[in-house]
Ligand binder design. Structure first.
Ligand code: GN1
Ligand code: MG
Length: 375
């Protein structure tokens, strides 16, 4: 245990009035943007017995999230809304440093680091899954999340990252940065850049349809990786959806497509086994089944007709983001190995290529699930 980090987490805990002595922490390897720690405390349970209580402490990446205070306001609004609407469900709850008028769900420390604390939910998460039951539950969890927020007034939400899923803008940024070539890395990535440009029109189809008024705006999660769902350790039932940093107005395809490109890939997001990358239709079907069970009745024809396409769109969009970050010198995503962002780019491209071949099958599965749950 790094003592400096332990002291830091202890100080953060004090600011949030967490009771009982802090005794240890573990870094949780969750997410590519924020840093997450599980901080462990021991306290008297009221009857003289020692009880261990853990919290999730996060340092928000303020390079990615330029308006962390508004981001916390969003999260507070959404978590409290869900808690009131579905009190029986396991929920996230963010602690406060101050109550009343100055209610604050964050701490900005002397080094300008931005901290927050929420309840720790004993659970398991999955980075890869081949258990159909788990995948279906994950689909249902994200579908239900969207339904729980279907009557939430989206105008109350701040755009934490403007144009987050604006694929056209993502391409524009990539092309500008490739022109500037600040780290001299563009020559090395010519093949990836050329391929992404060759599919640009298809990849931007959701953005274009939205701009043409053909797809409605909803409140979406916008980061629906399967490891953002907590599951019960024993039953593998989905407990709660986490990582609400990007809850914003968005398109249903953003949530569906992002989930599929992550969960239904044969390999992990940063695998160098590019030949093996591709879409597992069994996983696809299970996720679609769970997701559409909750959403099918409210989706429009256009939304349903573009769910297959949305997976390709999200894979390409993320490939442009990884490649852009590589070109810029790895400033946005946490990198843990040499050329990490380039590896991620290549893996998303390999996946997107396979999706092109399986697009009709994917859409047929979506149509079948939609038919079933619309009756
Ligand atoms: C980031 O931090 P994490 O892992 O939840 C990113 C997502 C990407 C994902 C790729 C705010 O999510 O958009 O799909 O990495 N989140 C943000 O792994 O940029
Ligand atoms: Mg995230």
């Amino acid at each position: 245990m790094d003592q400096r980090m332990a002291r830091k987490l202890q100080q953060v805990g004090e600011a949030f009035h967490i009771q009982g002595p802090f005794f240890s922490y573990e870094e949780v390897s969750q997410g590519n943007v924020n840093r997450t720690y599980k901080a462990n405390y021991v306290r008297d349970d009221g009857t003289g017995m020692a009880q261990i209580k853990s919290y999730l402490v996060q340092r928000v990446n303020t390079y990615a999230f330029r308006n962390p205070i508004q981001l916390m306001d969003n999260i507070d609004l959404v978590t409290e809304y869900i808690r009131q609407k579905a009190p029986e469900k396991v929920s996230l709850h963010y602690h406060h440093t101050e109550e009343g008028e100055n209610r604050k769900t964050y701490l900005m420390d002397e080094e300008n680091s931005f901290w927050r604390i929420c309840n720790y939910v004993p659970s398991v998460t999955f980075d890869t899954v081949d258990d159909i039951h788990v995948v279906r539950n994950a689909g249902a969890a994200f579908g239900e999340f969207q339904m729980l927020l279907s009557d939430f007034d989206a105008s109350r939400l701040f755009y934490t990252i403007p144009d987050f899923h604006n694929t056209r803008k993502r391409y524009e940024t990539l092309l500008l940065d490739a022109q500037a070539d600040p780290c001299g890395r563009v020559a090395e990535v010519k093949e990836e850049l050329d391929w992404l440009i060759s599919v640009q029109e298809k990849a931007c189809q959701l953005t274009d349809m939205y701009n043409a008024g053909q797809l409605p705006l909803r409140v979406t999660h916008n980061d629906t990786k399967i490891n953002n769902v907590l599951f019960d350790e024993a039953t593998h039932e989905a407990l709660v959806v986490i990582d609400l940093d990007t809850v914003m107005p968005g398109l249903v395809g953003h949530d569906f497509g992002d989930a599929i490109r992550f969960a239904a890939n044969f390999v992990e997001e940063d695998s160098t086994n590019y030949d093996k990358a591709g879409i597992n239709l069994n996983i696809f079907w299970a996720f679609a089944e769970g997701f559409l069970k909750y959403t099918a009745k409210t989706l429009t024809e256009n939304e349903i007709a573009t769910l297959g396409l949305s997976c390709f769109v999200l894979a390409c969009e993320l490939a442009t983001r990884f490649l852009d970050d590589y070109i810029n010198g790895d400033k946005y995503f946490n990198v843990k190995k040499e050329k990490h962002n380039l590896i991620r780019t290549r893996c998303q491209i390999a996946l997107a290529k396979d999706m092109l071949e399986k697009m009709d099958a994917m859409q047929a599965i979506v149509n079948e699930c939609a038919r079933k749950y619309r009756e």
